[in-house]
Ligand binder design. Structure first.
Ligand code: NI
Length: 156
């Protein structure tokens, strides 16, 4: 395992569209391990592969307090979304900033788990927010594109 450098704005790669994973092989699994390690080390709650410079449609997240419930989604697709919620978001690629964003209250996402097995996740609350944020990364979208209000590091 290795810690991969987290790409920061205005790195162009963050604006690129990631490509589907064709085979969930050892290299992909190693990338996922590195992403999780990097996310935990940076004290983040989610990360997309593009944030470590790899244009593959892979996202990882963990919103548990204990930091022991990782979720991995490969080639995620939203199959259902409903409602809305407004939440304050931040991003490992955009230091010292947070912003208010409106997202669906519930999303159902299907894709593959880290072993390449199909999985479907029903995400609500904070998990819906993080999932939508990470999915946007796969299409080169940053939360700052859709935020309505911004806060610096010292603002509540
Ligand atoms: Ni982000």
């Amino acid at each position: 395992m290795a810690i991969r450098k987290i790409r920061l704005v205005p790195d162009d790669i963050l604006r690129k569209k990631s490509r589907p994973v064709e085979v969930v092989d050892e290299r992909v699994q190693e990338l996922i391990e590195d992403m999780l390690e990097g996310m935990y080390k940076a004290e983040g709650i989610g990360m997309a592969a593009v944030q470590v410079g790899v244009l593959k449609r892979i996202v990882v997240m963990d919103i548990s307090d204990e930091r022991n419930q990782p979720i991995v989604m490969i080639n995620p697709e939203v199959t259902h979304s409903e409602g809305s919620q407004v939440h304050r978001e931040a991003c490992l690629s955009i230091p010292d900033l947070s912003g208010t964003v409106e997202r669906p209250a519930l999303v159902v996402v299907k894709g593959l788990d880290r072993n390449g097995k199909p999985q479907e996740l029903r995400c609500d609350g904070d998990l819906a927010v993080v999932m939508c944020h990470e999915l946007d990364h796969l299409d080169g979208i940053l939360y700052t594109d859709i935020a309505t209000e911004f806060f610096g590091p010292d603002e509540d």
